[in-house]
Ligand binder design. Structure first.
Ligand code: ATP
Ligand code: MG
Length: 388
């Protein structure tokens, strides 16, 4: 996994960034802007922040005789007040797609190798292996017939992954839903992209409607339905991609995220709180909550903040640890080793809790220890707060 920088790698990086070889060398050695990684025989750089006109999460694969830039997935602006933002932002029609709650994966064909690239611009060996097993043949046909410059973008959802676990009845343990496609950095319009996905038999995120930008009533009906079904929200797109997409999430997921995050108050908890509270503050205004509704939302929010956090403190007090636990499925030992090497290259501490063989696959329970455990331990010992 550790890559020794060679001259040709730096030269290809220079080509891709449009800078001198000396400058590329400086950037590559500093590692605060780019990370150098290897997946099997493919050496690549990933951009840790926006630089040289390229978005964060851009990955640059290099070979002695060329390079390939896979652009980072753009950040999507969030809507707080739909009745104001939607008519102002869009031109006429709005494609309302479901926003699925998983992790963003760009699938690309790198000189014949189909790989899965995560939001940060890293080739995830686990996601690559699972996507290949499930959709390998369909993707092969898609790239062969539509061109290897195509980038397929989608959400991996389900419970069998190391990143974001959220149950979808239609997903099983692991599934991939396409929500965008691009050539280079040029996005294909939603309608055409959906047809391509269907043509090649790839699952696509649900399209919940194509509405007029002033039809807030229909928009609200769509959201109410998602609220009832416990789904995350929507991403709204112009039918021709003339303006960027916008996103909006349900109260259900806002509160749910807080509840799950606050099990680890010093990890996700801390970063989730204000952003989610902000969404609820403006929802109250947008929807004109009455006193009864306000009281019930206040109670739900308070419970989501305090209850899981107090549970965690009690667990630590009784000698327990705080960790995330998840089960991954591997094709064999080598795949498992490859994933563990990848985690350690990223400096992520994962512990293998159990390994079980089933139908020729390995089902592996893993744990990621959380900082919250150490923080809470220290508070219980000293009685002092780590923050003011
Ligand atoms: P950012 O704020 O930069 O967009 P984030 O990962 O924090 O990043 P999210 O709130 O999860 O943002 O919303 C954007 C993400 O939603 C996308 O990166 C993508 O992974 C996911 N997503 C799910 N469904 C869709 C969809 N239909 N269209 C576009 N993105 C979708
Ligand atoms: Mg997300």
């Amino acid at each position: 996994m550790h890559v020794t920088l060679e001259r040709w790698m730096v030269e290809r990086l220079a080509d891709a960034l449009g800078v001198s070889v000396e400058e590329a060398e400086r950037i590559a050695r500093r590692r605060s802007v780019v990370r150098v990684m290897r997946w099997r025989s493919i050496v690549y750089f990933s951009l840790r922040k926006e630089a040289y006109g390229l978005r964060e999460g851009t990955m640059i694969a290099v070979w002695p005789d060329g390079h390939r830039v896979v652009h980072g997935y753009p950040s999507i602006q969030r809507v707080l007040l739909p009745s104001i933002a939607i008519p102002k932002h869009f031109i006429d029609k709005v494609v309302v797609e479901e926003k699925m709650n998983g992790y963003n994966v760009r699938v690309v064909d790198l000189r014949g190798e189909i790989v899965a690239v995560t939001r940060g611009g890293l080739i995830c060996p686990y996601t690559t292996a699972r996507i290949r097993r499930m959709y390998g043949e369909k993707l092969r046909r898609l790239f062969d017939e539509q061109g290897e410059d195509l980038v397929v973008m989608g959400e991996v959802v389900g419970l069998e992954n190391p990143y974001v676990r959220y149950y979808y009845p239609e997903a099983g343990g692991f599934a991939y839903f396409v929500f965008d496609m691009a050539r280079g950095d040029k996005f294909i319009p939603p309608g055409e992209r959906r047809e391509l996905a269907e043509q090649y038999g790839l699952p696509h995120v649900p399209v919940l409607g194509v509405i007029d930008k002033n039809d807030i009533e229909t928009f609200r009906k769509i959201i109410d339905d998602l609220e009832r079904r416990g789904r995350e929200g929507v991403v709204m797109k112009d039918p021709e991609y003339r303006v960027p997409a916008l996103k909006f999430t349900t109260s259900f997921i806002n509160i749910h995220d807080i509840e799950v995050g606050m099990r680890f108050p010093f990890d996700e908890g801390r970063s989730y709180l204000f952003s989610r509270i902000l969404r609820e503050m403006f929802k109250a205004i947008e929807e004109g909550w009455d006193d009864r509704r306000l009281l019930s939302e206040e109670q739900a929010l308070g419970k989501a903040i305090l209850e899981p956090a107090i549970e965690s403190i009690k667990r630590v007090k009784e000698g327990g640890m705080l960790y995330e636990e998840f089960e991954l499925v591997f094709g064999g030992r080598e795949e498992l080793e490859e994933f563990l090497d990848y985690m350690s290259a990223l400096g992520v501490d994962v512990i293998v809790a159990s390994v079980r063989e089933q139908d020729g696959e390995l089902r592996v329970k893993m744990r990621k220890v959380k900082d919250s455990w150490r923080e809470i331990l220290r508070i219980l010992e000293t009685g002092l707060s780590p923050i003011d």
